[in-house]
Write a protein that binds this ligand. Sequence first.
Ligand code: ADP
Ligand code: MG
Length: 644
Amino acid sequence: MFQIRNLSKKYGNEFALQDVSLDIGSGMNFIVGSSGSGKSTLIKIMCGMEDGYQGTVTYKNKDISTLNDTEKSYIYNNIIGFVSQDFHLIDDYTVFENILEPLYLKTQYSESKIDKVLSEVGILDIKNKKVRLLSGGQKQRVQIARELLKNPEVIICDEPTSALDKDSAKAVIDILRKISKTRSVIVVTHDLKLIEKNDTMLELDKGELVTEVALVTSKGSKLKIYSNSKISSKKAMARTKTNFKRAYGKVAIVVLSILLSSILLLSSVTGIINKSGQDEYQKLLDTYGNALLDISIHGSFMSASGGSTDDPNVDVDQNINGLYDQYVDDERLSSVLIAQAYSNIVANFDGTDYKITSSNNTPIFNEMLSGRAPENNGMEVMVPENFVELVGETNESILGKTMKFNSTVNKWEGGTFTEMPTEVELTIVGVFNSTFTLVTDGVSRDIEIKDSFFMNLNANKEIRKQAELDVDKISFIMRGKTPEDVVEIKDELNKTGIVPLGQFELLEDIVKINNQVKEQSSSATVVIGILSVLLAIAIMVIVTILRKREYAILKICGYKNSDIAALSLMESIGIMIVSLVVFLVLSPLWNIITMALFGATILQFNTLMVGISVIVLISTMYFGIQVLVSRTAKVSSTLKGGNR
Ligand code: ADP
Ligand code: MG
């Protein structure tokens, strides 16, 4: 069956085999010779596990060196069983789990058959013991049982009895001799006592064959090679379960690295670290109050700069017609209020007249306390809290009540003004706080502007009509949602020649600082994100490289690269599911951690989705890494060495 012609193999400058020619047929064949005489080298070449030799080795007229990976897989699963001197077993798996490896590729196998073979080689009692815990002799027998169950045409054993006592050695040889009746068995040994007279014996000495052999040119047809059937998803799942059970440490490391990198990547994607840079803004907001974000638009005002009395008062008169309509529904604003200044206010509420002292300030809105801002139906007004106290109501009870509102409104004409009397009847729809924060030399002081009343457009138009003012020239205060919004709107207005009033210099500084912080922290988070993914990849690569031996063992059991890819896919899906479950179950914990680190929670619904995608992505990478590494796990180089 085997024909070997002029076979030479060199390691470095030393010949391990030199010009060996022989034939090996069916029955019991022994290869003997002292240690280092080239026995292992010879049979590894015969199995296609070594290359780089001179001469030819054929099995059933098929040149071993011409086999491609798929053909080798078929041969390892069906034609040649190889029992190695350095046990090709997965230490963390049990005996039974090791024996199953080649059988997963068969269409069927029976457990009673497995038990029968295990008892024949005398290891049935250790079927569920981990290989790691076995003696050398027991491991040898596990290999023999696994190879026998493949039911191959040839079984090649490298020193199968070297680790066994006399009785066990004889028992193993008896089994091999029994099966040699129907196939070829090749045994490497230096125990000549095992050899019987009908056996074939070939002796090597320093790489040369010293037995006389008659070479025949074999006739007959070439070996037919098929392809193994693909591993079924059910069996891949069973094997994945075994692997998770036996290698849970590695699984845990991979899951942890996926979780760690997804959390870090998530925090950079959602930019939560940026939020810690906004503390400065919060401080300013605390100092200046809500009105920090106000933009006031007035048709005419005295531009008295900085309160310095030397400055000449400049009369600003600008065309703001239509601006109110333009901004009233702007997305960047949280409120738009009509800001009319009233003097000599007398409010008639519940039959009583209440006089309100003039502050000579434009109305101030700090924050809503109850009800809502006036809207454009009927005649609506919102009143300051101090007015509620003045009339003896509460913030809630006053809502919906009406009052008669008498006041004078200034009509400007050439630097002087006339006080025009007005009167409207209003429904109170809201109560607000009219405190205004004045900051002088860094010290802030709260002042209540008691004559702040905000009416809706109908009421304001009526008053302007009575005061003979331009009905469309509406003064108003709009509040931006963010400092960026305010600066943007201010620039927009300046471009059209309108001068709004507000704390623009402060806000421009905040925007500048914000942008800097954002730039810095976003590059920091990008670095963190990239590093965390690299870390996960590095961990996954290391874990996978540690499995190279396992992949090589699968290959000599008959797995093709595509079968190992199928196993890897199943494992990656398993890892992904475990990661997702842990991620979701522990999500409240992530929030606590990120709250402590960055002062923000990261897991809301949308970030949860990002986290899930990141886990799916990294699990896919794990699959890719496994495929790449398993492809590089060559049987010849990976399983080389050990105790020769
Ligand atoms: P045996 O199995 O008869 O003890 P081997 O076939 O293992 O002998 O080794 C034959 C010779 O080749 C020895 O000198 C050994 O040191 C050498 N050899 C075997 N394998 C390797 C290897 N992978 N690299 C270098 N030298 C090797
Ligand atoms: Mg050897």
